[in-house]
Design a binder for this molecule. Structure first.
Ligand SMILES: Cc1ncc(COP(=O)(O)O)c(C=O)c1O
Length: 317
């Protein structure tokens, strides 16, 4: 998030006045402390009349799970959101470049989404799939019309973790094999089932969760042993020099060889249930894989009888 530096906020009376959307004629102009001014915005957020900062902090320390943590020495105390903006309780406006935590890809409180949610809340709050209801069918129909190839079946879940739990279970049942492979530095959720699949030490705890999960070397052209300046199908490339000619990628092939080794040495009788990977690793730090890595990895996994799971919880956003 970028902190607003609008001039009126530096005067206590204005700063304490409740939310106000500053209007500037220039989208970016310099202010006294050298930071750019916020773009103009016509939205007026409401005044915050709820708990004050100290009360909230006290409740957080006393009554909430101590594992919850905040960013910044003085955490941002958010009151309202609209599209790309957030306002704190004092009315200070922020541009939210983080999209929540990469989860509100259409912005905060988008009027179309609010309208649809409001309409539904007035009609029906809860039903179950033992009855028919049009909405899930409308959703599935619209979604599959946008998906390529034979991706035509939708299984709706509540969270990314639940989706991955289910995908691994389905892969195991479908193949009759238990062993699964993911990449080091991946994040696929932190449920007891998935913690062993996730390979980021910050999200691993001392608990027996890793049965049947193996991690292959992360194909990261920046931090890994192999990578060159033409590794990726992206405007952002590693700075390393590279002798690869058009259509070749030495790093990709070396990382695929590492996967081949896991298949060869760690899979019972060379059989695998599933390979799961993020198209772009999110929690692990926006890591892009070498161009063509996933295509080759998928070919190998399928040749060993496994299914390939694309976890796009973060990269899609
Ligand atoms: C790639 C990926 N997979 C799975 C998850 C888990 O999703 P959720 O937090 O909705 O359970 C996340 C969450 O950050 C994620 O980034």
């Amino acid at each position: 998030m970028i902190r607003t530096t609008s001039k009126f906020l530096r005067f206590p009376a204005a700063r304490d006045a409740w939310a106000q959307c500053q209007k500037s004629t220039a989208a970016v102009s310099s202010t006294l402390d050298g930071l750019p001014e916020m773009p103009p915005c016509d939205f007026q957020p409401s005044a915050h009349d709820g708990m004050d900062y100290d009360t909230v902090m006290n409740i957080r320390k006393t009554n909430l799970n101590p594992a919850l943590f905040t960013f910044y020495r003085k955490p941002v105390f958010i009151h309202q959101g609209y599209m790309q903006y957030l306002w704190d309780t004092s009315g200070r406006r922020f541009i939210d470049l983080f999209a929540g935590i990469v989860t509100v890809s259409v912005g905060h409180c988008h009027p179309t989404v609010v309208r649809a949610a409001e309409e539904q809340m007035r009609k029906l709050w809860h039903t179950t799939n033992i009855y028919l209801h049009p909405k899930i069918h409308e959703y599935a129909d619209k979604l599959v019309s946008k998906l390529p190839g034979n991706l035509k079946v939708v299984y709706v879940t509540n969270s990314g973790s639940e989706a991955n739990d289910l995908a691994i279970l389905m892969a195991r049942l479908h193949t009759g094999v238990f062993e699964c492979i993911s990449l080091r530095n991946c994040y696929h959720g932190a449920s007891p089932y998935l913690m062993g699949l996730t390979a980021l030490s910050t999200w691993r705890y001392n608990s027996p969760t890793g049965f049947g999960f193996h991690h292959s070397m992360n194909p990261d052209p920046y931090r890994g042993p192999w990578g060159g300046k033409h590794c990726r199908d992206s405007p952002a490339q590693p700075g390393r020099s590279c002798d690869c000619i058009e259509g070749e990628c030495h790093a990709r092939d070396m990382y695929v060889d590492q996967l081949e080794d896991v298949l060869r040495y760690s899979m019972p009788k060379g059989k695998v249930a599933a390979f799961i990977a993020e198209a772009i690793q999110g929690v692990g730090g926006a890591v892009q894989l070498p161009d063509g890595y996933l295509k080759k990895a998928y070919e190998k996994i399928r040749a060993h009888g496994g299914v390939c799971i694309a976890d796009e919880v973060d990269s899609y956003n």
